[in-house]
Write a protein that binds this ligand. Structure first.
Ligand code: ZN
Length: 344
């Protein structure tokens, strides 16, 4: 059994409770506090199923796995995409577990040990995995491939991260197909005999991503013009918002940028009030407390948590990237599709 460890730490409940009690006198006290949230080491929360090793070696016999080349991915979503292309020719595992925070992940000695026996490491890039370089150096001679190489990134527009690439490109089913092409290249180099198989698997998977794209477009088209603002904890929806003509607002640009400043929070509350946003959301790999407070202070409601940086465990609602997108869009529809002022 894998000894890979997922850190589950408790958020700063004290500070956030204070936040809760302090509002609506938000402007009076808010300048006194800087609340650390997001997903740095102090607020890492595991989603249900965090640490569940069930995603590993799914549906295959472990003794058969050992003879196949071993591919490690930095997070579960890449592992899902990689399995779709690899079929049963490669053994694919994610370094981080379902529910883990992936931007600032602190890898363990057993992660390094596992990587030392790997044939390939796949990472997202665009600054997503702050730990990837240290990790691949520590792993030794294992080749690594960055799946977003060649993608035209969207840039972050705000705060200290302004001008840096937004790393969450897999959230666009169109951009996800670029990842698939990179996987075919990487796997065909690793295992040239399997090249045709990888190509065929990729074609099938890209077809499913195209169907997903059409489905999401149709689903999100119905949101009324004044209710297309997607409010999240992390600014992880830029690619999705671009593809489906949504607007976005968030508490912090990327999970690595972990401070909720009073200014950010006050600004978001004002925006939600002004635009009469019917629901606000968070993500499963971070604490939702601050966003629940935004909902309360602005008269909106908390609409649930999206899967973005991690899949759920295999029995959860987002066991694959396709399920993840469908789950999220269902939440968006339920939250934003309703009228803010329902008529009897
Ligand atoms: Zn993220």
């Amino acid at each position: 059994m894998s000894s890979l460890k997922v850190d589950i730490e408790v958020s700063r409940d004290g500070e956030l409770d204070l936040l809760k009690r302090g509002l609506p006198l938000v402007t009076a006290w808010i300048s006194l506090f800087f609340i650390t949230a997001g997903c740095n080491s102090s607020t890492r929360l595991g989603a249900p199923g965090a640490g569940d090793p069930s995603q590993e070696g799914r549906g295959s016999d472990r003794s058969a796995q050992s003879s196949r080349p071993k591919v490690l991915t930095t997070f579960t979503i890449l592992a899902d995409m990689a399995r779709n292309v690899a079929g049963d020719r490669l053994q694919v595992e994610s370094i981080t577990k379902p529910g883990a925070e992936i931007h600032g992940y602190e890898f363990t000695p057993s992660d390094i040990e596992r990587a030392a026996g790997a044939d390939l490491i796949l990472e997202n890039g665009l600054g997503l995995e702050l730990w990837a370089r240290r990790f691949t150096e520590a792993a030794g001679d294992v080749p690594s491939v960055t799946l977003t190489d060649g993608i035209e990134p969207l840039l972050i527009g705000e705060d200290a991260y302004a001008g840096r690439p937004n790393p969450h490109a897999w959230m666009s089913p169109k951009a996800a197909q670029h990842y698939v092409d990179r996987l075919v290249e990487a796997f065909s180099t690793l295992d040239p005999e399997g090249a045709q198989q990888y190509e065929a698997n990729a074609e099938g998977y890209k077809g499913r991503l195209q169907e997903l794209d059409a489905e999401l477009r149709k689903s999100l088209k119905v949101l009324p013009a004044g209710q297309r603002l997607l409010v999240t904890c992390e600014g992880a929806f830029s690619y999705l918002a671009r593809d489906y003509d949504l607007e976005e607002a968030y508490l912090w640009p990327v999970n690595a940028e972990s401070q909720i400043t009073p200014r950010r929070m006050g600004r978001l509350i004002e925006r939600v009030k002004r635009d009469q946003v019917p629901a606000v959301f968070c993500e499963t790999t971070v604490s939702d407390k601050a966003q629940r407070e935004v909902a309360r202070a602005s008269g909106s409601r908390f609409g649930g948590s999206f899967y973005v940086d991690s899949l759920s465990d295999r029995n959860g609602p987002a066991a694959t990237l396709l399920d993840l997108q469908r789950h999220n869009v269902k939440l968006i529809r339920a939250g934003l599709g309703s009228s803010p002022d329902p008529k009897p």
